[in-house]
Write a protein that binds this ligand. Structure first.
Ligand SMILES: C[S@@+](CC[C@H](N)C(=O)[O-])C[C@H]1O[C@@H](n2cnc3c(N)ncnc32)[C@H](O)[C@@H]1O
Length: 226
């Protein structure tokens, strides 16, 4: 692993991040916190050119991005291959790659400029994470993953519609959703998109500073027994 020798601005950034982590009782290994501070720096630098995130300080990063990503990570078994669909600025994909080095993380981002920024961020962070500048549905025509992750990408009916034709290319989908997930599930059900699908809420947790809970949905397609 590459060692990080922080300069004074990096040290200040790590201190700020650690304060937020402490405030929200999030425990992280020192080297992961340092790498996340470096990630935020690169993300916010790219954000001046591209709209990648609205969370532009460590407090927002921890409460809105990191807690979601770590919660999601706790449901992914060791050493699995993961495709983060619609990675945007790299949440949860880059956070998973940093905090769960046992995982084999890839990202799909359909907007070319965003994918280019993600590639640059991963290169500078020395993360070996393939970034596909493509729609995830197209990536699944050539690759197989144990888990697809999604946050803030599309309503459930779209997610189910996109991936129903590619069910042999992945094991399960883990989607982070807000309270609208119930209405989204009902819409998907009306369109017949839940036939042959096991959809379960596997986690529910409060977002600091917000009244509503977030949920993690597990989506698995039932396959005929061979
Ligand atoms: C609102 S952003 C969310 C980004 C990130 N997941 C987050 O939570 O901050 C949604 C991103 O998904 C991308 N996207 C939408 N549909 C996609 C698809 N089918 N395959 C790959 N990327 C997709 C969009 O280009 C956009 O950058």
């Amino acid at each position: 692993m590459n060692s990080i020798v922080p300069d004074s601005s990096t040290t200040a950034a790590i201190e700020l991040l650690n304060k937020s982590l402490h405030r929200h009782k999030v425990g992280l290994a020192d080297e992961h916190a340092a790498k996340l501070a470096e990630y935020c720096d690169l993300l916010w630098e790219w954000n001046a050119q591209l709209n990648l995130t609205r969370h532009t300080d460590f407090e927002q990063f921890v409460t809105r991005d990191l807690i979601d990503s770590l919660r999601l990570a706790s449901h992914i078994p060791e050493e699995q291959s993961v495709l983060d669909v619609g990675a945007g600025g790299g949440v949860p994909g880059v956070v998973l790659a940093i905090t769960r080095p046992d995982l084999n993380v890839s990202m799909a981002e359909s907007v070319g400029k965003k994918a280019k920024a993600l590639k640059d961020i991963c290169r500078k962070l020395r993360l070996s994470v393939p970034v596909h500048a493509a729609r995830a549905e197209d990536v699944l025509k050539k690759h197989h993953y144990d888990v697809l992750t999604l946050r803030a990408v599309a309503p459930l009916r779209k997610i189910l519609f996109w991936f129903q034709r590619h069910t042999t290319a992945f094991g399960s989908i883990l989607a982070i959703k807000g309270p609208r997930w119930v209405a989204e599930r009902d819409e998907a059900d009306k369109e017949g998109l839940l036939a042959g699908v096991d959809l379960d809420v596997i986690d529910e947790y409060p977002t600091p500073g917000h009244d509503n809970n977030s949920v993690i949905l597990s989506i698995r397609y039932q396959r005929p027994v061979a």
